[in-house]
Design a protein around this ligand. Structure first.
Ligand code: PGA
Ligand code: ZN
Length: 399
């Protein structure tokens, strides 16, 4: 039984406060987890409250439903108690930040009681033995950096890597190679929230730079490395004028679909996230129809880890992949439900960090537990390497 739930404010990687939870059990199990936080958040995400408020409300309403009531190892019961305590459909009472921190901390306490690693507790004996390929953000802008690219993220995708370790180091090498290519071009660059280079260059030049960096590292390593994008197109879309704005350049929704399809073919993109506005299922379906046979079209802001939104996407043929961010929906059970629905309909689930992160490594375990083909967790910054290094450790005994 859970005997104590402690909640506190800790720092995230942007220097903002976030919620951390400790869960203790009667038999001595212990789990600690912290909520991440987005900057280009989807309109339909569960609600992140100011941490102080989220903590106060969770102490009042969630903690009493957990302590001496629920087993940490019974994840469904923990998450049902969080929903019951909250009483809304978007966690706007206790906050998705309190909910996800408690949900993940309980999972870790449950694993601790069993003496099993978290991926094993969550995934069970019958999970597969594939490893997730890390997508590494190497160049970016959008909401994650000022005066940088319009497309939010250019992601290294080491699809030919023979191991997690090789893939992780390949992404770090691509990140370094991008730095070299920018240097050679005399382009100074700061870094964005996830540690990606954030140069003040046009998107078209960013494509050249990333293509060059990826091909250098692929040659050096001797395996295939592709790249992909998180367009985060909602942030570019002007809903009043119904155009996507790239600075002075405008594209109608139809032109946006064409542009994305051209990029997929020109750069052999392995992955395209949120190519259209978060309300545009039809446009996303058009693009999926055009290029979905040769790339992943992934919904982040489109699906927000929500089974109802994903079901709409499935019905309309929008996308062939879903981004899974536990804090978008509030609990691990809800995140697993989204993975399960996706997998049942042939959608790939991609497990993801947020732009605001902590040292918490739960998503590395989640990716292995769910047999996810990809995990998106940056390339080199410390709060990103925490997950990547955990993946290397997991692979040592699991895959
Ligand atoms: P966010 O961005 O965490 O700032 O929402 C990441 C993403 O869009 O994938
Ligand atoms: Zn995204």
């Amino acid at each position: 039984l859970i005997t104590s739930v402690r909640l506190r404010r800790v720092l995230d990687s942007r220097g903002n406060p976030t919620v951390e939870a400790d869960v203790l059990t009667e038999s001595g199990g212990f789990g600690r987890a912290a909520a991440p936080s987005g900057a280009s958040t989807g309109e339909y995400e569960a609600i992140e409250l100011p941490p102080g408020e989220a903590i106060a409300n969770a102490r009042k309403r969630a903690v009493p439903r957990l302590v001496d009531e629920v087993y940490a190892g019974d994840q469904r019961a923990v998450d049902a108690a969080l929903h019951a305590a909250d009483g809304t459909d978007d966690f706007s009472d206790i906050g998705a930040n309190s909910a996800v921190a408690i949900s993940m901390a309980a999972a870790k306490a449950g694993a601790d009681v069993l003496g099993a690693p978290l991926y094993q507790h969550l995934g069970g004996a019958f999970r597969g033995d594939n490893f997730p390929v890390p997508l590494g953000n190497v160049v970016g802008g959008g909401e994650h950096a000022k005066e940088a690219t319009y497309i939010q993220e250019f992601l290294s995708a080491p699809v030919g890597a023979p191991s997690v370790e090789e893939a992780v180091f390949a992404n770090a090498q691509v990140h370094a190679a991008v730095g070299d290519v920018l240097d050679e071009r005399g382009v100074p660059a700061a870094k964005g929230d996830e540690g990606a280079w954030a140069p003040a260059i046009d998107d078209s030049e960013a494509f050249e730079v990333v293509e060059e960096a990826v091909s250098r590292v692929a040659d050096d390593r001797g395996f295939d490395i592709k790249f992909g994008l998180d367009v985060a197109a909602t942030e570019l879309y002007d809903a009043d004028d119904e155009v996507y704005r790239y600075g002075d350049e405008e594209r109608t929704p139809e032109e946006q679909v064409e542009y994305m399809a051209e990029l997929v073919d020109e750069y052999d993109l392995a992955y395209v996230e949120d190519p259209l506005d978060e309300n545009d299922y039809a446009g996303t379906a058009d693009l999926t129809e055009k290029v979905g046979d040769r790339t992943l079209i992934c919904g982040d802001d489109l699906f927000v880890t929500n089974v109802e939104r994903l079901q709409t996407g499935i019905d309309e043929g929008a996308g062939n992949s879903i981004l899974i961010k536990p804090n978008q929906i509030g609990t691990l059970s809800d995140a697993f439900d989204a993975v399960e629905l996706a997998t049942k309909h042939g959608y790939d689930a991609v497990i993801s960090h947020r732009s605001g992160e902590t040292e918490d490594t739960t998503i590395a375990h989640l990716a292995v537990a769910t047999d996810a083909p990809f995990i998106k967790t940056g390339a080199v910054a410390g709060e990103r390497t925490a997950k990547l290094n955990e993946l290397i450790r997991i692979a040592e005994d699991a895959v």
